[in-house]
Write a protein that binds this ligand. Structure first.
Ligand SMILES: Cc1cc2nc3c(=O)[nH]c(=O)nc-3n(C[C@H](O)[C@H](O)[C@H](O)COP(=O)(O)OP(=O)(O)OC[C@H]3O[C@@H](n4cnc5c(N)ncnc54)[C@H](O)[C@@H]3O)c2cc1C
Length: 445
C-alpha cells in the first residue's frame, strides 16, 4: 500500500505545473518508449535528476550500457516540478549544527561536496547545452520574525568558518535592496546558488544522456523485481529488463514493495507550489520587490518564493498528510491566503497554477548513498530533504563513479554514507508526520 493517496503516484496524470506550460517538449527519440524485453549492464529505476545524471555519467564517462525505467514521462517526479532553487546543503541540520556534530573538517568536506554539486549543475548546463533559465547569483534566507535574526547571525558565523560566501542584511537595508513584507526581519544571502527552470533542466539531462548512448524508457513502471542466475529481472508492463546491476533512484516515490529495507528509512513529505499570473510593475513596487534571488524563510515549515522570468510569483510551502485531492484544494486555498498575508500588496492577485509532489526525508537528516546490505549489486541514492536540485545530479554522478569503480564509498562524505536508522514502527509513519507538522507549526509561532 502506498503511503499517500493513490492519485499522488498516478504517473498518467499531468503535474499541472507552470514549468510544463513553459518548457519545450523533449526532442523526438530521447524517450525510447516503453521498455520491451532487453538486457543491459545497469538498470536505473527512476527518471529524475538522480537517475538521469547517473545514466548520463555512466554512458558518457564510463561507456557503460545503461537503461532508465521511469513510471511517467521522463522528469515526471520532483525533478520536473520543484521550485527551481539550485541551493545547498541537502539537510535539515544547520551550518552551526554540522560543525557541532561532525567537527570542522568533516563539516567542511560535506559542505565543499555540496558546493561542488551546485557547480556541477552550471557545468552540465554549459557542457551539454541545457538552457536552465538561470536567475540570481545566490539564495536568501529571510528571518520571518524578529527573534529569528540572531539565528541568522549564528549561521553566518558558521558559514564563515566553513568558507561559504555570504552577507547579512538588516531589515531596513534588505527592504532597500530586495523587498519588504509582513514577514521580513532581515536576511542572510548565501552567495552560492541560483534559480532555474527545473523541467528544462530535467529534460536537458535526459536529452544529454540519450545523446551519449543511455536508453531511456518513459511510461515503464517497474512492477516486479526478481533475481535469476545472478541477474536482476525488472518487470514492466511492456517487457522485462535483465541487468547485472540496479540503481534505485526513486526518492520520495519509493514504494515499500519495491525495496522494503530502504523504504523503512525514508519519509516522503508533500511540498506544494502556487504560481500567480505575471505581476504588474506597480504590484511589484507595492512590496518593493526588485530581486531575482530565490528566497526561503526561517519557518520550520518554510515558505519558499521567487519571481520568475515573466514576473509570475512562485510561492511554496510544505503540508498535508494525506495527498487526497480534496485536501489539495484546502492546501491551495490556505497558501493563497498566506501569500496575501506575507505580501499584503498581492492579496488579490489570482494564482494560475497549483501543484505538489514529494520531498524525501531520512532519520539521519542527510541523503543516503550506497549499496544494499542484502545485495551489493543494488545501489541507491535518495533523501535530499527538499534540496535535491543540485544534490540529486551530484549523487547521480557519484553513483556512476562508484559503479564504474572510479571512486570508493570511503571518499564520499561520511554524512552521506552513514546508513540512516530505520523508522521504528513504520506503520506509525503517518502519526509521526502529523506530530512533526503540529510541532513545527507551534515552533513557527
Ligand atoms: C514541490 C517541490 C518543490 C521542491 N523544490 C525544490 C527546490 O526549490 N530546490 C531543491 O533543491 N529541491 C527541491 N525539491 C526537491 C527536489 O525536486 C528533489 O530532491 C529532486 O528532484 C530529487 O530527484 P530524484 O531524481 O532523486 O527524484 P524524482 O525526481 O522524484 O524522481 C524519481 C522518479 O522515480 C520514478 N519511480 C518511482 N517508482 C518507480 C518505479 N517503480 N518504476 C519506475 N519509475 C519509478 C518516479 O516516477 C519519479 O519520476 C522540491 C520538491 C518538490 C516536490
Amino acid at each position: 500500500m502506498s503511503f499517500y493517496h493513490p492519485s499522488m503516484y498516478d504517473a498518467s496524470r499531468p503535474v499541472g505545473s507552470w514549468w510544463e506550460d513553459d518548457a519545450p517538449l523533449l526532442p523526438v527519440g530521447v524517450d525510447a518508449g516503453p521498455a520491451a524485453d532487453a538486457s543491459c549492464d545497469v538498470a536505473i529505476i527512476g527518471g529524475g535528476y538522480t537517475g538521469l545524471s547517473c545514466a548520463l555519467h555512466l554512458a558518457r564517462d564510463h561507456k557503460v550500457d545503461v537503461r532508465v525505467l521511469e513510471s511517467g514521462p521522463l522528469g515526471w517526479g520532483a525533478s520536473g516540478r520543484n521550485g527551481g532553487f539550485c541551493t545547498f546543503p541537502p539537510s535539515h541540520t544547520s551550518f552551526e549544527g554540522l560543525i557541532k556534530n561532525f567537527g570542522l573538517e568533516e563539516a567542511r568536506r560535506f559542505i565543499d561536496s555540496q558546493r561542488d554539486a551546485v557547480a556541477l549543475v552550471r557545468s552540465l548546463a554549459e557542457s551539454e547545452g541545457i538552457d536552465l533559465q538561470p536567475q540570481g547569483d545566490s539564495t536568501m534566507i529571510v528571518a520571518h520574525a524578529p527573534n529569528r535574526w540572531a539565528g541568522l547571525q549564528s549561521e553566518a558565523k558558521a558559514m564563515e568558518r566553513l568558507g561559504v560566501p555570504h552577507e547579512l542584511h538588516r531589515a531596513g537595508a534588505f527592504a532597500e535592496r530586495f523587498y519588504d513584507s509582513a514577514e521580513q526581519f532581515g536576511g542572510l544571502q548565501v552567495k552560492v546558488g541560483f534559480g532555474l527552470q527545473p523541467l528544462r533542466f530535467a529534460r536537458g539531462l535526459a536529452a544529454a544522456a540519450a545523446r551519449h548512448g543511455a536508453r531511456l524508457h518513459g511510461h515503464s513502471k517497474v512492477l516486479g523485481w526478481t533475481r535469476q542466475d545472478g541477474h536482476h529481472l525488472l518487470a514492466t508492463s511492456g517487457g522485462t529488463i535483465r541487468a547485472r546491476r540496479v540503481v534505485v533512484a526513486t526518492n520520495g516515490f519509493l514504494e515499500d514493495k519495491l525495496l522494503p529495507s530502504l523504504a523503512n528509512q525514508v519519509m516522503p513529505v508533500i511540498s506544494n507550489i502556487i504560481v500567480t499570473r505575471p505581476l504588474t510593475d506597480s504590484e511589484l513596487r507595492s512590496q518593493r520587490w526588485q530581486t531575482e534571488i530565490p528566497c526561503s524563510n526561517t519557518r520550520e515549515l518554510l515558505f519558499y518564493y521567487r519571481l520568475l522570468p515573466d514576473k509570475r510569483f512562485l510561492f511554496g510551502a510544505r503540508g498535508d498528510t494525506t495527498g487526497k485531492p480534496e485536501d489539495a484544494a484546502v492546501m491551495r486555498a490556505g497558501m493563497e491566503r498566506r501569500l496575501g498575508e506575507v505580501f499584503p500588496g498581492w492579496k488579490d492577485v489570482e494564482t494560475t497554477h497549483y501543484w505538489r509532489g514529494f520531498v524525501c526525508m531520512t532519520r539521519s537528516s542527510f541523503p543516503t548513498i550506497g549499496q544494499t546490505e542484502e545485495d551489493p549489486t543494488v545501489w541507491y541514492g535518495l533523501g535530499y530533504h527538499g534540496n535535491g536540485v543540485s544534490a540529486a545530479p551530484w549523487t547521480g554522478r557519484t553513483l556512476a563513479r562508484l559503479i564504474a569503480g572510479a571512486q570508493t564509498l570511503a571518499s564520499v562524505p561520511v554524512q552521506l554514507t552513514t546508513k540512516p536508522a530505520a523508522i521504528p514502527f513504520p506503520q506509525l509513519k503517518r502519526w509521526y508526520l502529523k506530530l512533526a507538522l503540529a510541532y513545527y507549526r507551534f515552533a513557527d509561532l
